[in-house]
Design a protein around this ligand. Structure first.
Ligand code: ATP
Ligand code: MG
Length: 156
């Protein structure tokens, strides 16, 4: 299906404003207005964005920031979710997309997760012929990114 990516990301961000505020976190988006349509499964891509924003909020202390930023590229769109949170150590970083993997759980606020979120994120993005990546520095913050190709509308 066709996703109007600008409206879509704005809506998902709005969904998290309340919970971010509750935790004293500033959630903001730098959203492209002229973004092209993306042919993708909207529910699945919403799950990707939701998992990444949920993680960012849960690993960022009060007073921190979570920022969504988009890059419009020739072949598709790249979304970066950046936080000023606890970060992920170099030892943990290569494994975060693995199922059930949890980095230092003592430092995670709130409910203990199942460690499935990022494995699902990777799965969905790759099913759309996209890519996921992560950059992080312990005690400074983390940026998760996913690239989604514009895709081709199916005429079946
Ligand atoms: P679930 O998403 O299944 O509820 P989870 O959040 O623990 O559980 P993942 O989303 O797969 O699982 O994340 C795996 C681990 O990666 C987390 O437990 C946490 O240690 C680490 N992690 C994920 N996102 C961040 C982040 N933004 N900052 C710091 N650590 C993170
Ligand atoms: Mg998660």
């Amino acid at each position: 299906e066709t996703i109007s990516f600008t409206d879509f990301t704005k809506r998902v961000l709005r969904k998290f404003q309340g919970i971010a505020k509750e935790h004293g976190i500033k959630l903001s988006g730098d959203i492209e207005e002229n973004i092209q349509y993306v042919y993708a499964d909207e529910d699945r891509i919403e799950q990707v964005l939701t998992n990444l924003i949920d993680n960012a909020i849960r690993h960022t202390p009060e007073g921190g920031e979570v920022t969504l930023q988009m890059e419009v590229l020739d072949q598709g769109v790249k979304v970066n979710i950046q936080d000023t949170g606890i970060g992920i150590s170099e030892e943990d970083l290569p494994f975060v997309f693995e199922r059930f993997y949890k980095a230092d759980k003592a430092r995670t606020r709130g409910r203990a997760g199942t460690g499935l979120g990022l494995a699902i994120v990777k799965n969905i993005v790759e099913a759309h012929h996209g890519k996921v990546s992560v950059h992080s520095k312990l005690n400074e913050g983390t940026t998760f990114s996913f690239f989604l190709p514009y895709g081709v509308e199916k005429s079946d």
